[in-house]
Ligand binder design. Sequence first.
Ligand code: SF4
Length: 345
Amino acid sequence: MSVKRKAVALYSGGLDSTLAIKLIQQQGIDVLAVYFRTGLMISDVKRLKGKAFRSPAEKYAEKYGFDFRMIDVSYEYFDVVTNPRYGYGSNINPCIDCRIFMFRKAAEIMRAEGYDFLVSGEVLKQRPMTQHLQSLQLIEKRAGVQGLIVRPLSAKELPPTIPEIEGWIDRERLEGIVGRNRQRQFELAKELGIDEYEPPGGGGCYLTDESFARKYKEVVAVEGEMTRDHLFLLVVGRHFRLPTGTKVVVSRNAGETHALEAMKRRYWFFDTVGQGPVALARPVGRKELTEEEIGTIADLLAHYAKGEDGTVQVMFSAPEGVESPGGTVIGRKLDRKTLEDWLVR
Ligand code: SF4
């Protein structure tokens, strides 16, 4: 009697990974669709901001009846972003290291839970950094899964994998797609009954975003380091750099207010108390804020607060470990020009 084989698939909710899973399922393989949550995808952040939002992976796994697991890897992923062995793409996207990391994580599940191989929706030569044969092979090697990643959309154009050689799956029933033209994927979607999916384009990753990359580089240039908190804060709020070097992050909505409030013990915290936004502030190279800075941050908040006469009462508190009773200060709306000058875009 032949052994029933099973595979772990990296799943994003996009068309390619949906098709990849369908093509493997068609061959009688049980597939576990896994989404590794880095905290740096737009869908992850929408969730953080409190919107009633399900990640595309969650949504489409349910729609297509996939066995699905979402795993938070944001803590470990920090090292991938800040110290990538293979460097960055055009922004702060460490794509090669990111893929190695994802396959390593998937392989941990594969080995621990008795799965036989991995599945990926990658298409040969679709993306410049990670999807050339050389990079695909490098990624497999560094992830310790040589011959164990089946890429059903391009399989016929790639060297045979162990599951094909061993006859667990039939190579002839896989595809041979190469490049960016998605025509064959659209045909396959029709054939396989995929009528809805996350739009293509690889968007959604903050690390490929120019504005995110500028903010990231600005923090490293001014503060000399990137911490987990700093990285997390880059996807929250409006960012200002005061002339003194102090960084100020101002919330834009209730979800962001909630996210900043959760960090108030580690930073100077400013609250307009029911009048709108809150702010976190971190001075650079010192722990205390000057009185002038406290006033300035209140003025900044007044710009975004609901106060009718352009003023707002702001309560502030110091982080743990800083001797300061905190207090209340009146903020007076800062002029737009100054605001624009300090805004980190
Ligand atoms: S675009 Fe983002 S999620 Fe995709 S491989 Fe690159 S770093 Fe990873």
